[in-house]
Design a protein around this ligand. Structure first.
Ligand SMILES: Cc1cc2nc3c(=O)[nH]c(=O)nc-3n(C[C@H](O)[C@H](O)[C@H](O)COP(=O)(O)O)c2cc1C
Length: 356
């Protein structure tokens, strides 16, 4: 196939989602039927990238996007992973081949329009067709649960409220929040633009000022109920204003890099399917992340009470999900009908994503 075709496929694939828009990949066109993806992760400086797994999920989302993009050119993809025992920098060799029977995947048109919606959505319930399509999109090996009733959404709102308290009072999370927001921006190539964060302009200005230093954040939190306003706007209201919360659980706990990559494939299929159904989605991964740390016995903060709070959160989450402490709660999100967001993360240019 021509270099133009491969370039076009990569140009579409780069729209795959990644935590905080980190785009943990670089591309290499090896020959006319092979693309190599050089994966990386951000665990060294991003608390939320627990053992690199959210980056591995993003790698899976990328490979699935590449497969769907290739289908539009009559091509199949087949990939293998090699990591030399170090899952910090896996490589994925993707072979492409023409197939006379290949039809364009119906999700092809959603690759570029899929985007996160962090603002409150409508509470219009899911239709039976939407419900079944979301559940089936997870595919084999994954269980998709939906929490739809007002009672269930209230429980999830409580969970997110508690999780947000950990997030906002955790000194280790502070540099992440400071780094990933591109202030006063509507679009951002390598971060999250302020207007896509989900707060109103006045709160954004206050956040920008407070987040200049951890001392300011700690002062606000302690004396001015600093976590209350952002938690209402970013967690409580969005948790109630949606059609459903959606939990994707691997049927057996992920043990290898490939298991996390497969979770990412399922996630991207669900997300693109939501887009195809006219729905929007927002991942809400902090309860998953803090529970992962708590259940792994990993003290993620120098602030000792946060581990205790994460343990309590884990129990609450397991009760909602009807799960045991050893189950993996892979991916958590909310879905609903909403307008298209006015602001979004865009992507680095393809040339910047090519391995040099
Ligand atoms: C593994 C993973 C975890 C994510 N976690 C969150 C999250 O907890 N909260 C959130 O608002 N967005 C989350 N996102 C969404 C990303 O921030 C978003 O996909 C990225 O900024 C690109 O924006 P786009 O999806 O609009 O293209 C997550 C995405 C992935 C792939």
């Amino acid at each position: 196939m021509s270099r133009d075709t491969l370039t076009h496929i990569l140009d579409l694939a780069r729209w795959a989602p990644s935590g905080d828009n980190t785009q943990p990949w670089r591309f290499e066109i090896v020959d006319d039927q092979r693309i190599r993806v050089h994966g990386n992760d951000t665990r060294d400086h991003i608390l939320y990238d627990y053992d690199g797994h959210p980056s591995h999920i993003a790698h899976g989302a990328l490979l699935e996007t590449m497969r769907i993009a290739a289908s539009g050119f009559g091509l199949t993809t087949n990939w293998t992973i090699s990591s030399d025992g170090d899952d910090r920098s896996p490589t994925y060799d993707v072979s492409l081949a023409y197939s006379p029977t290949m039809v364009r995947d119906p999700l092809f048109d959603c690759i570029e329009t899929r985007t996160v919606q962090r603002r409150p959505m409508q509470t219009t319930p899911l239709t039976e067709t939407q419900r079944q399509a979301l559940i089936n999109a997870g595919g084999e090996g994954f269980r998709v649960q939906l929490f739809e009733s007002l009672g269930d959404r209230l429980k999830v709102a409580g969970l997110l409220w508690d999780s947000a308290k950990i997030r906002l009072t955790c000194p280790e999370a502070y540099p992440v929040h400071k780094e990933i927001i591109e202030w006063r921006a509507r679009y951002s190539k390598d971060r999250i633009p302020e207007q896509a964060v989900g707060v109103d302009p006045a709160t954004a200005r206050l956040m920008e000022w407070v987040m200049q230093s951890w001392e300011r954040v700690a002062f606000f939190n302690r004396y001015l109920l600093g976590t209350v306003a952002p938690r209402i706007e970013l967690d409580l209201l969005p948790a109630l204003c949606c059609a459903a919360h959606l939990l994707v659980q691997p049927q057996r706990p992920p043990a290898h890099l490939a298991d996390w990559v497969h979770l990412g494939i399922a996630v991207q299929r669900i997300w693109l399917t939501a887009t195809h159904l006219g729905l929007h989605l927002q991942p809400q991964m902090t309860p998953v992340i803090f529970r992962w740390y708590a259940r792994a016995g990993r003290h993620f903060s120098t602030e000792p009470t946060l581990f205790e709070q994460a343990l309590k959160l884990s129990g609450d989450f397991e009760r909602i999900a009807n799960a045991t402490p050893t189950d993996d709660l892979g991916f958590f999100a909310r879905v609903g009908v909403s307008h298209v967001p006015q602001s979004r993360s865009i992507r680095q240019d393809l040339v910047a994503l090519m391995k040099v």
